[in-house]
Design a protein around this ligand. Structure first.
Ligand SMILES: [Fe+2]
Length: 424
């Protein structure tokens, strides 16, 4: 087996600026689009971002239907509901207005209505068959209303597979939105708790992609089309990840506490920057471990998410694992962990490589405390007795866990979950 010899940078198309959502109808008209499926969730349906999008479509004379039943932390069942809606009329483009859940649902609708297949065909192996997307999809415009997932820049779509109580997804560069419309007017209504959770997702995306295994250490694929989207850290992703971290250090707290236009705009940009970074490098253990954490939720109902079912928001489930993970992974590439801490504002001039993991984790914990994130997995309902199941749920997440700079077996994962139960 030969090692990987190259990496590929799939650029993402984004447009940034306050008020640009009003241009969307003109974009679609210029593409000769006739009939659009607009996806959103029930809470956003009556709020300004959706209103602006629909007005813009009307002004441009574009026909549309609104699907407002996207679920926050979507499931295979809610994906299928949206796909059915997408099949019910001849839509020739899609517009997603919402957070990662809505954008990911729209990607799945675009895929399964363009190339109909058994639901498991495109799902990542080993849970699904992992078949590549056959070809380009229809236009999809993504209008994020949270500053977090970076889903507007990626070819990844994540959902909960109910029967396995696990998160999984579809990943292929053809899923990437045609254009991400990044408009700070669309996060004005974002509750502070959601800004905190999604903002810490950005922080973890950037740190995970920066500390992921170097791309040259993967195995060379047989054909270039088999080269995964998540390739490991590489010189181009590094630039985006580090810049995203700098922006998080400067603007995240302000975007949560003061919610001024500038800091919210910069966090939206940071989310996209991190999305370009991790969309090509990949995430690793904090995300891999987050999938069972949110998939096995018992009764947690977080502030800021008006849903009538228990959820652990994605960003929260990720950042709860992150300090434990970086303590574990630092031994593999301490310089990168120290660099991450430095970019987040720590003076590392007198810190030895042996302390890199603790120093970086302490800095993350400061953000978590300041932003009122729960103190470890115990505060969202887990105890030591749940760890075997959490480990079981992490092991199949190869797509991300194999990018960990330090390989983690079942015992390592159990030790990290134990460490993540309580932090302060
Ligand atoms: Fe994430």
């Amino acid at each position: 087996m030969k090692n990987e010899i190259g990496f590929e940078m799939a650029a993402s198309n984004i447009r940034f600026g306050p008020g640009i959502t009003r241009e969307l109808g003109m974009d679609l008209a210029d593409m000769k689009v006739k009939h659009v499926m607009v996806l959103t969730d029930e809470n956003l349906r009556t709020l300004p971002p959706v209103h602006t999008v629909l007005q813009s479509l009307e002004d441009a004379g574009i026909g549309f239907k609104l699907f407002d039943r996207v679920e926050v932390e979507p499931t295979d069942a809610s994906f299928k509901k949206a796909i059915e809606f997408g099949q019910s009329e001849p839509f020739d483009a899609f517009v997603a207005v919402g957070g990662g859940s809505t954008m990911d649902t729209a990607k799945a609708v675009n895929l399964y209505t363009t190339y109909p297949a058994d639901f498991f065909d495109y799902i990542n192996a080993p849970i699904g068959k992992g078949k590549p997307v056959p070809g380009p999809l229809k236009p999809l415009f993504a209008v994020p209303t949270t500053a977090g997932t970076g889903s507007e820049t990626t070819g990844v779509s994540i959902f909960d597979l109910i029967e396995m109580r696990a998160k999984t997804g579809i990943a292929h560069r053809y899923l990437k939105p045609t254009l991400g419309i990044i408009d700070s007017e669309n996060t004005r209504t974002l509750p502070p708790a959601v800004a905190a959770s999604t903002g810490l997702d950005v922080l973890s995306h950037a740190l995970e992609s920066y500390t992921a295994i170097p791309y040259q250490t993967r195995t060379l694929p047989e054909r270039p089309t088999l080269r995964p989207a998540y390739q490991g850290s590489n010189p181009i992703s590094d630039v985006w990840s580090l810049q995203a971290l700098r922006m998080v250090a400067e603007y995240l707290t302000r975007a949560v506490e003061e919610q001024d236009d500038e800091s919210r705009g910069m966090m939206l940009l940071a989310a996209s920057y991190a999305g370009v970074g991790f969309g090509n490098a990949g995430c690793h253990l904090p995300h891999g471990m987050s999938y069972p954490v949110s998939g096995m939720v018992k009764s947690y109902n977080p502030d800021g998410y008006p849903v009538d079912y228990p959820i652990i928001p994605h960003g929260t489930s990720v950042i709860l694992n992150a300090p434990a993970v970086f303590r574990f992974t630092a031994a593999a590439c301490p310089e990168r962990h120290l660099e991450g801490a430095a970019v987040l504002g720590v003076d590392v001039s007198n810190i030895s490589n042996d302390d890199a993991g603790n120093v970086l984790s302490d800095r993350i914990l400061e953000f978590m405390q300041r932003l009122n994130i729960p103190n470890g997995l115990s505060e969202v309902g887990y105890g030591s007795e749940d760890i075997p199941a959490l480990v079981e749920g992490t092991l199949p997440q190869h797509r991300v866990t194999k990018l960990s700079p330090r390989p983690a077996g079942a015992e390592d994962l159990a030790a990290m979950f134990e460490d993540a139960l309580n932090y302060w």
